[in-house]
Design a protein around this ligand. Sequence first.
Ligand SMILES: [Fe+2]
Ligand SMILES: [Fe+2]
Length: 313
Amino acid sequence: MNRTEESGYRSLFKQWDSRSWVRSKPRRNGAFASGLHYFSPDLCPLLAHPEVRAAPAQVREEILVHSLYVYLEFTVQLELGPVNETCLLLHSPDFCPWLPAAMKEDLLRIYTDEAAHAEMSHTLLATVRDHTGVEPVLHRPYFLQELSRLYAAELPVYRPLVKLFFSIVSETLITGSLTKLPKDPSVQQAVRELAADHATDEGLHHAYFRRLFKSLWPKMPAPLQTKIGALLPEIILAFLRPDEAAMTRTLAGYPEIFEDPARVVAETVELPRVRGSLVDNAAPTLRMLAQEGVFSDPVISAAFDKHGLRQHA
Ligand SMILES: [Fe+2]
Ligand SMILES: [Fe+2]
């Protein structure tokens, strides 16, 4: 264990009071302008499909509203679920007791940030629903289904670790929604500002979880590294794969236009643009794993190859 590095932790949150969204910035829930989208067409996988692009303009705009809902609901469920459950777990004196006190304290700030992201995302969703009259489709986010599946496959003793790595992956992924949405001038201001404020907070969280990973990984015995490492590609894909169930339900709302929504969705996720953006979004996490030597384990490396991720690291 590298005690020097850990005891030398300087809080990443020293300016939290003046920089955190919930501590220092207003709610992003402003007026909506006619003529602007509710989500970026470039970030909507469905709009990559020619049959969806050929749909009437009104339907395309509603599909973008649904894309916003899926993104916001993903945020609510992720922050309140695995990420904040991980903050609670790590904050316990019994779990990773080697974490410096200052790192344990910062978990309370991350927890607060995430709860606020959930509340503000939910409030924006409700405001857009009231303004547009478009009802969200009922769905259980894909990443939660995947977490349940990975959990069920493990003995209870490993489950906290699965959840911890689920959070490390989600906090170190940089998705297009966070980085590109704020820059798209065709999107409603409130949506862009919400994404920008969230991205700023997540920049710090990213640095924190990266630091945590660098300390944690070398402490894990090799067989445990192999076991958890082989799950990482599935965890990455749980976050980055488009939510096919939500997309299918969205299209099913327009039966006169989309006779076979499942076929259109199955074709959409195979499109090079959709697959390419998934791989792009995985890159920062893959780089972090490579820098810590994770891929020197042949079992882990093979698992990434199997899921089509490793060669892009
Ligand atoms: Fe967040
Ligand atoms: Fe976060």
